[in-house]
Design a protein around this ligand. Structure first.
Ligand code: NDP
Length: 241
């Protein structure tokens, strides 16, 4: 397996952090991005202590300039970008009639615009390389809509649509969607309708998969031969099925 340069957004906790650890343990160079750089510094140091190759930079995926700077700096250091994992996300769930418009916009900015900013930053580089791999982290709520998930689901359906379009337009770039269900992380700790989020935390306590399970799915897609595109992996706890 050749060493790949892998950029991971939202690497400061949960699935992104687990993915960084998993890929670094397989010998890949991971480039970690998020807003909480103290977390990223600690994670990069822990990966290096374990013999892996990790570096980090501040990243706000809602800003096209921030994403462009993150990608360009990694490209200057390594001369190529092999994989972008569009993982950063937020999930303040609520009913539409609660009209939590600011949180709707936050989900659209992070979960949807953030992914588009990532694609915009890597696409010219990957086209010039005539190779690359974009991985979008969607959700089982990107396949299904439940009460309280309409806006979150809309962003996660959209992320799958973007992947589908990118795959159909680009012959040299691999595109993967990873759609997890309940996974151990900090996702259900911020925002949303308090009763809904309390219910989500109760379900999560019963059902959560380790974040490493999703990291393994991402690694599986990356580690296939270059001629193989793993289009989508859906991972859910058996108890939920
Ligand atoms: P966490 O809350 O643990 O991680 C979310 C990450 O996104 C953090 O590292 C956070 O970093 C980052 N982030 C949030 N806003 C921004 C921003 N503006 N710019 C850059 N980074 C940002 O949750 P998960 O690990 O669970 O989430 C990862 C992905 O998995 C998300 O896309 C989520 O929707 C998806 N998912 C998760 C499921 C679950 O049950 N956990 C199920 C299905 C999908 P920081 O705050 O430091 O910027």
């Amino acid at each position: 397996m050749s060493k790949k340069i892998v950029l991971i957004t939202g690497a400061s906790s949960g699935i992104g952090a687990a993915t960084a650890r998993r890929l670094a343990a397989s010998g890949h160079q991971v480039v970690l991005g998020a807003r909480r750089t103290d977390r990223l510094a600690a994670l990069a140091a822990a990966i290096r202590d374990d013999g892996g190759a990790a570096e980090y930079a501040a990243l706000d995926v809602t800003s096209p300039d921030s994403v462009e700077a993150f990608v360009q700096a990694a490209h200057r250091r390594h001369g190529r970008i092999d994989v972008l994992v569009n993982n950063a996300g937020v999930m303040p769930l609520s009913r539409l009639d609660a009209l939590r418009v600011e949180e709707w916009n936050q989900m659209i900015d992070v979960n949807l615009r953030g992914v588009l900013h990532g694609i915009a930053a890597v696409l010219p580089l990957m086209r010039a390389q005539r190779s690359g791999h974009v991985i979008n982290v969607s959700s089982t709520l990107g396949h299904d809509v439940v009460p309280n998930s309409a806006v979150y689901s809309a962003t996660k359906f959209a992320v799958r649509a973007l992947a589908e379009g990118l795959r159909k337009e680009q012959q040299d770039i691999r595109v993967t969607v990873v759609s997890p269900s309940f996974t151990e992380s900090e996702l259900n700790t911020l925002g949303g309708d308090p009763d809904t989020m309390a219910w989500v935390r109760t379900m999560a306590d019963k059902l959560n998969m380790p974040a490493g399970t999703v990291a393994d799915a991402i690694a599986y897609a990356i580690e296939q031969p270059a001629s193989i595109d793993v289009s989508e992996i859906v991972v859910r706890p058996l108890a939920e099925a």
